[in-house]
Design a protein around this ligand. Structure first.
Ligand code: ATR
Length: 275
């Protein structure tokens, strides 16, 4: 067995070559003067859990998990955070004296990015588009900001309804279909659907927008995402994409493992320039 003299971390995924996590975590490590090594690791459906166990046996301290293994990581964890439980997905594993703890930092990453952009969610009317893994992952931290109302809208209505029923919150929350939305602008619309990935737009009416609506697409790319472009074409002043969320969810993982909160301003610029 190989013994390392610096703490080891990995990100598992398939595909994994495109992952920016090693770059992000090495940047955080240098910035905070932490001695650690962070690499990416390709896994397969039938060897992911095995790989994690051998990484633990080799002294690994923790790992990130990306598609398609977040569900398997949830199963592997012996204890999980409340966010991970609602999401049914784990993106951060923490190995401590043989115990495997699971967390999901996506939601805290989203909130940190919204706050970075000075977006307040308290008492606001929020529309969350999508009811898949990405939406589930951000639900609890969003509700913790105490919006006035949180509506989950999804193409498959039942999934939105089920998700709304899953949570116990004093915030007015409901799950609906696109046709059920009234013609009234929201303060914040978060696109957690995967529509932008296939260059598609969720079927949203422009009556849901005002110039002051903030539109956030969890997908990012060099050019505007279709959702953010649609918002801009309809007069929205502020659109944000998911690059900052990527950085912030990594910062939360880093802080969980290392107990130090990294700065994200510089890294945001570097990653944007690389797109
Ligand atoms: P992820 O992990 O990215 O959330 P997912 O769990 O497969 O992926 O969920 C994808 C989400 O995007 C779902 O809410 C899906 O809607 P359905 O549940 O009705 O399938 C939504 N979605 C994908 N393409 C879409 C499109 N073109 N318009 C609207 N919603 C879309």
């Amino acid at each position: 067995m190989k013994v390392h003299n610096v703490d080891q971390y990995l990100v598992y995924g398939n595909p994994i070559q495109q992952s920016k996590s090693p770059f992000i975590h090495q940047h955080f490590a240098e910035q905070t003067h932490q001695a650690l090594q962070y690499r990416s690791q390709l896994a397969e459906d039938d060897d992911f859990k095995l790989q994690v166990r051998s990484f633990i046996a080799a002294g690994g301290k923790g790992c990130n998990v990306t598609a398609p293994f977040k569900g398997q990581a949830f199963e592997l964890a012996q204890s999980v955070s409340e966010e991970a439980r609602i999401a049914g997905a784990v993106n951060t594993l923490i190995f401590n004296d043989g115990h495997i703890a699971g967390d999901n930092t996506d939601g805290r990453g989203l909130i940190a990015d919204l706050k970075f952009h000075q977006v307040s969610m308290t008492n606001k009317r929020i529309l969350l588009v999508g009811a898949g893994g990405a939406a589930r992952g951000v639900l609890l931290p969003l509700l913790a900001e105490q919006p006035q109302k949180l509506i989950i809208v999804n193409r498959t209505v039942e999934k939105a309804e089920q998700l709304a029923k899953l949570i116990d919150t004093p915030v007015k929350t409901c799950g609906v279909g696109f046709a059920d939305l009234a013609d009234k602008p929201f303060d914040l619309i978060i696109n957690a659907s995967s529509a932008s990935l296939s260059n598609d737009l969720p079927p949203l009416k422009s009556s849901l927008l005002s110039a002051d609506t903030i539109c956030y697409d969890m997908v990012y790319r060099a050019s505007n995402t279709p959702f953010n472009q649609w918002a801009m074409d309809n007069g929205v002043k502020t659109t944000i994409d998911g690059l900052g969320m990527l950085v912030e969810q990594a910062a939360v993982s880093f802080e969980i493992w290392r107990g130090v909160k990294p700065e994200t301003v510089e890294l945001r610029k570097i990653l944007r320039a690389q797109l």
